[in-house]
Design a protein around this ligand. Structure first.
Ligand code: CAA
Length: 284
């Protein structure tokens, strides 16, 4: 499969709807699939609002906004992905769920369709192994917020073919993203570097070195980061940060990746960051 026209996306959450928006804006026919009708409805109105905002700010014109919306279809029926040339899975970051989705996609997708995953830490090789087409499976790790962040981390599983990797690179570039090539090892490249920094910021708070505000101000003004590491952790979700640290700890077997007990406690307490209204900071 080298010519991709129709892109399927599984999962209409924050990442899935962002990928759907960018793909539709880039001229692909997009089929967004989710088990929840409500999530699909929310995604549709969210993308519509983004389109309207862009028109108001003169980032693009009304015809581009209309064309983008007309490129999008929404469905709770996974079988509607059957005609897609590329399907990008962006469901919950949970191995069992992802394995089930990939088994099902393998059954319903065209035999030459590429199956990609937006996983931030689960092994691409392991996901590919539950399908009958491991050569046609690759990682496409988008960053949050997808419409703003310019990177796609492309991850090559053990069996990913050159043709598959070239095809997903082309799609990412068509979406206006820069594609970096990464091999399949725990945490890939971005989270292997980003998460230990966030975890260290949590230790810095935990050990009383500085307040959350001062840690974040220090990293913003001293290192030119757009968000401080604790604010960024709240933005990503503390449960996601903890899960990725656990993958790094287990996958690389080095104690330097042990998750900070404070991070674990916050997650146990339900302080998950922005999405739960409270993490290192409080949100309305
Ligand atoms: N969706 C779409 N657009 C958004 C957005 C969203 N959720 N949030 C902000 N934007 C847009 C705004 O519309 C605005 O666009 P214009 O300049 O055209 O008006 C632009 O982004 C800037 O937004 P704001 O002025 O509101 O705020 P800001 O300047 O503080 O930027 C930010 C917000 C882009 C999120 C910035 O703080 C930032 O870059 N933060 C770091 C984000 C980051 O590191 N992401 C990676 C996380 S790690 C990850 O995703 C991988 C993983 O596996 C965990």
């Amino acid at each position: 499969m080298s010519h991709i026209e129709k892109v399927g996306i599984v999962g209409a959450g924050q990442m899935g709807r962002g990928i759907a928006q960018v793909a539709a804006m880039s001229g692909y026919q997009v089929q967004l699939s989710d088990i929840s009708e409500e999530a699909l409805g929310f995604a549709q109105s969210f993308i519509q609002k983004q389109m309207d905002k862009g028109v108001a700010k003169e980032k693009w014109d009304q015809s581009k906004a209309d064309l983008t919306m007309s490129n999008l279809s929404f469905s709770t029926e996974m079988n509607d992905l059957a005609q897609c040339d590329l399907i990008i899975e962006a469901a919950t970051e949970n191995k069992k769920i992802k394995f089930e989705i990939f088994k099902r996609l393998d059954e319903i997708a065209k035999t030459n369709a590429i199956l990609a995953t937006n996983t931030s830490s689960i092994s691409i090789t392991e996901i590919a192994a539950v399908t009958s087409r491991p050569g046609l499976v690759a990682g496409m790790h988008f960053m949050n917020p997808v419409p703003v962040m310019k990177l796609v981390e492309g991850i090559r599983g053990l069996e990913t073919t050159d043709e598959t990797f070239t095809a997903v690179e082309k799609v990412a570039v068509d979406m206006g993203k820069t594609f970096i090539k990464v091999n399949d090892l725990a945490g890939f490249a971005i989270n292997r570097i980003l998460m230990p920094m966030i975890n260290e910021a949590v230790y810095t708070l935990f050990e009383g070195v500085a307040s959350a505000e001062d840690i974040d101000t220090g990293m913003k003004l001293g290192c030119n980061q757009p968000m401080g590491p604790l604010e960024l952790a709240d933005f990503i979700g503390l449960d996601t940060c903890l899960a990725i640290m656990e993958v790094l700890h287990e996958g690389l077997g080095d104690s330097k990746y042990r998750p900070c007990p404070l991070l674990r406690n916050y997650v146990l307490a339900g302080r998950l960051g922005r999405k739960s209204g409270r993490g290192f900071y409080e949100y309305q």
